[in-house]
Design a binder for this molecule. Structure first.
Ligand SMILES: Nc1nc2c(c(=O)[nH]1)N[C@H]1C(S)=C(S)[C@@H](COP(=O)(O)OP(=O)(O)OC[C@H]3O[C@@H](n4cnc5c(=O)[nH]c(N)nc54)[C@H](O)[C@@H]3O)O[C@H]1N2
Ligand SMILES: Nc1nc2c(c(=O)[nH]1)N[C@H]1C(S)=C(S)[C@@H](COP(=O)(O)OP(=O)(O)OC[C@H]3O[C@@H](n4cnc5c(=O)[nH]c(N)nc54)[C@H](O)[C@@H]3O)O[C@H]1N2
Ligand SMILES: [Mo]
Length: 758
């Protein structure tokens, strides 16, 4: 019998170190860090070629984040410090070869940290962990496909789960969903379910599409940019350039965040010597210290002020919206006491910012995980949408809603069909294109997939990228769920914990990364991606593959599909042809998904093309009412009892989701340790805790109690009663059933916890 592996990174026993948090982002430290990561992992030549090709018209799309590239001329170095880390991490010279896997049992590997696992380098060969075996061993591609087909052929289609992480290209994602639907299921959970699902659900109801309504050039034309629940200095560093330029054009910038993040204070553009050595540009004019989960109330407060300022309707409200009267009444009747209590922000501050909003002719509101990962995320985003509708800020130059996406192609994946709940039109088109049966039932999202595996309903979990075990909430429940599967398959580039917590059989299929040349079918292939603002463009790998045994994601999907087809006699999808020429995949996408006309031509143009966006382009709102909807929601907020804390789980400056590069968080001044609890000084005093004291954190939900030990208290400028920890370490504390209403997203930013001395 296999000894069960550990689902989490081992606990640290060292104490972290502290420096004062940074007062500016990027600058010289970013240049030093970029160089260090590049040289250490890829060497000099690797760094030069890789960094030269990123985000070039003829190069590859940065795998870091979904922030768009400038449309006009591009600089020699069109990337940021953290994009460079992501590229260096993929471009590493180290290899996790079969010899490596033969030396370690999975149990022993599971006792190593996530950082250590990732630092073993690129996967090189298909690997199998056979039933009851302790070791992974190499397997041929064909045999691996055969094992998968043998396990899957006898199942009911809804017993398989096809997870997708958002780095997957449009082409691979389209093939992946096609495989799932051909197999007969909509079980297509994806990282979106833990990320911007709340934005999609909320905006579909208000404006009719689940995407934002701004383009990059709107930032130059805006007079007010609100950045709420987002830490762009770390997670979307190139956004700081847009904010800096907007600022120079006279825009005001308001940051709304319980933490004062370095990037929102000041920015020194790393490619501008004067800025690097000088003072840089101040970013935020106002910083609103909202209490964790207080944004819905705060935005209601802003709406109240805007309504009091007797705004004149330019015809937008009467001509393009519905539900105004109800919302107006609701906002006017919401008491200031409730708003200030829930938001933790004083009335005069809300009024000051509210007046800025009332006066603005063009407001953009950007948000990310600080808004989407709460129980009331959907109503909070609808409150943001209501506020912008009040001022007619949708479908206007320099204005709009801007959910800033995470993974570099998470938006594209959804566009081409990675969706557990696809529209009827999409399924109709897929049937027309491929002759496959139209599936009526909704599939499993991430949380429901875990529930289903726990019940032994779903039996096989296949993963296109990502690290589900570490990324999902409730690590114990998730790993128990995965362990109950008969088979788990991971299509990956680097080792991670999802390779160790497996079904009875575990398979790893190593794939090409985005920076690498793809010669599938014998000729040079490229892929396409969609950025956060709906621009679809091509991405061409330029580096030699990390190993000759790697296959592209597209050809791996095709291999799995053909093997299953062989067993259960599928119909006539031309998997081989599709995977041998990605143009044919794009032709199919063009026929199935609206907006991709002349896809193959237009994606070859420099910079690509914009997908249609009716609210942005022509104030057409494809909602049920045919108008943009004001939505009147009750104000709700999570209220911990006395002595309890509300905890958010966030990213450090040196991680990419579950991939931890180092144990440092430079901007927040925390070094050599990740098991830290950022806490207000008064809360520390009230509990007689000193800096670095060891504590345990407990969460309790629906009578299930989980305790996590060996955390260190760190004094930080954070509202009283709120604390912050890093994920994935803190994911054990997020209960599986604690999810956002309507979007089912784990509440990673509002977990009620008790903290006790150990
Ligand atoms: N380098 C790097 N880049 C990345 C990633 C990465 O891990 N590393 N991840 C990518 C992905 S997938 C994503 S989704 C994005 C994530 O990008 P972000 O959303 O910026 O990431 P988080 O670290 O989760 O930060 C959330 C921010 O919201 C604030 N916040 C938390 N709760 C609240 C709240 O209740 N109200 C308000 N107003 N603010 C709150 C936190 O203080 C923090 O500043 O980044 C993408 N880019
Ligand atoms: N507590 C808490 N949990 C969270 C969050 C949070 O804020 N707090 N954020 C959530 C969010 S926003 C997201 S998006 C999810 C992220 O969830 P995922 O997308 O599942 O996780 P990642 O850590 O991005 O996945 C990293 C792995 O992807 C693989 N990989 C990298 N590049 C490629 C590639 O090109 N192809 C393939 N096939 N594989 C590749 C590597 O093997 C790597 O180990 O986590 C969520 N989890
Ligand atoms: Mo994300």
């Amino acid at each position: 019998m296999r000894v069960p592996p550990e689902p989490t990174t081992p606990l640290e026993d060292k104490s972290p170190k502290r420096k004062p948090p940074s007062k500016s982002a990027a600058g010289l430290p970013a240049i030093i860090s970029t160089t260090k990561h590049g040289l250490m992992k890829m060497g000099l030549m690797g760094s030069l070629t890789n960094f030269y090709n990123v985000n070039k018209f003829q190069g590859f799309d940065c795998p870091g984040c979904a922030w768009p590239d400038p449309e006009g001329s591009r600089t020699i170095a069109e990337f940021c410090e953290n994009g460079a880390k992501a590229i260096a991490d993929e471009g590493t010279k180290k290899r996790a070869s079969p010899e490596f896997w033969s030396k370690w049992t999975v149990r022993d590997l599971s006792l190593k940290s996530d950082k250590w696992l990732n630092s073993q380098g690129r996967l090189t060969h298909p690997l199998i962990l056979r039933k009851d075996s302790e070791y992974y061993e190499p397997i041929s591609w064909d045999d691996a496909f055969e094992v998968i087909a043998n396990e899957m052929a006898p199942l009911r289609p809804d017993q398989a789960v096809f997870y997708t992480s958002g780095r997957t290209s449009n082409e691979a994602a389209f093939m992946w969903q096609l495989l799932a639907r051909r197999y007969g299921t909509n079980n297509l959970p994806d990282c979106s379910n833990m990320c911007h699902e709340s934005s999609g659900v909320a905006l579909k109801e208000t404006i009719g599409i689940g995407k934002g309504t701004v383009r990059l050039d709107d930032f130059d034309k805006s007079d007010l940019i609100i950045v709420v629940g987002q830490n762009p200095g770390t997670n979307h560093p190139r956004m700081l350039t847009a904010l800096r330029d907007a600022k120079k054009n006279g825009a005001s910038i308001v940051s709304i965040n319980p933490l004062i993040e370095a990037g929102m204070i000041r920015f020194k553009h790393p490619q501008n010597p004067l800025e690097v050595l000088g003072y840089g540009t101040e970013i935020s004019d106002e910083h609103v210290r909202v209490r964790l989960n207080g944004d819905q109330a705060l935005f209601r407060g802003f709406a109240k002020v805007v309504l009091e300022a007797s705004l004149e309707d330019s015809g937008f409200i009467s001509g393009f919206t519905k539900g105004y009267e109800d919302y107006e009444k609701l906002a006017r009747n919401t008491s200031w006491d409730l708003i200030t209590m829930l938001s933790g922000v004083e009335r005069n501050e809300i009024e000051r910012i509210g007046n800025l909003i009332a006066k603005s002719k063009a407001t953009i509101c950007c948000w990310a995980m600080g808004i989407t990962q709460h129980k009331n995320s959907v109503p909070t985003i609808q409150e943001i949408s209501n506020l912008l509708l009040l001022g007619g800020h949708i479908g206007r130059e320099g204005a709009g809603l801007c959910p800033v996406r995470g993974h570099s192609n998470v938006q594209g994946d959804r566009t081409v069909g990675i969706n557990h709940n696809p529209s009827s039109e999409f399924m109709d088109s897929l049937r027309r294109e491929f002759g496959i049966q139209k599936l009526q039932t909704r599939g499993l999202d991430s949380v429901d997939a875990v529930r289903s595996m726990l019940q032994r309903e779903a039996r096989v979990f296949l993963s296109m990228g990502g690290n589900f075990v570490s990324a999902m909430s409730d690590t114990n429940a998730t790993s128990e769920a995965i362990s109950k599967c008969s088979l788990t398959v991971q299509i990956s580039t680097k080792p991670n914990r999802s390779h160790l917590i497996t079904g009875k059989i575990g398979i790893i299929l190593p794939c090409l990364g985005r920076t690498e040349r793809d010669q599938s079918g014998g000729s040079e292939q490229f892929i396409t991606v969609e950025n956060s603002m709906g621009v679809v463009h091509k991405s061409v790998g330029t580096r030699p593959p990390a190993s000759n045994n790697l296959r592209s994601e597209v050809s791996i999907v095709s291999g799995i599909a053909l093997a299953i087809e062989d067993k259960i006699g599928f119909s006539d999808i031309k998997w081989r042809e599709l995977s041998a020429d990605y143009d044919t995949i794009r032709d199919s996408i063009e026929r199935v998904v609206p907006g991709f006309d002349s896809y193959n031509e237009r994606c070859r143009e420099n910079g690509g093309f914009y997908l249609p966006n009716p609210p942005r382009d022509s104030r057409i709102f494809p909602t049920k009412t045919g108008l943009a909807n004001f939505i009147s929601n009750d104000l709700v907020s999570i209220s911990p009892n006395d002595g309890e804390f509300l905890m958010m789980t966030i990213r450090s400056h040196d991680q990419y989701n579950t991939t931890v590069y180092t144990d440092n968080d430079r901007y927040r001044g925390i070094y050599s340790g990740r098991r830290v609890v950022l806490m207000n000084k008064s809360d520390m005093e009230a509990n007689s805790w000193e800096e670095f004291d060891e504590v345990s954190i407990t969460s309790e939900f629906e009578q299930k109690v989980v305790t996590s030990d060996r955390w260190r208290v760190v004094e930080y400028d954070i509202p009283r009663g709120n604390v912050a920890t890093y994920f994935p370490e803190a994911n054990v504390l997020i209960p599986l059933n604690s999810v956002a209403d309507k979007s089912n997203t784990p509440t990673s930013k509002s977990v009620i916890v008790n903290i006790t001395s150990t």
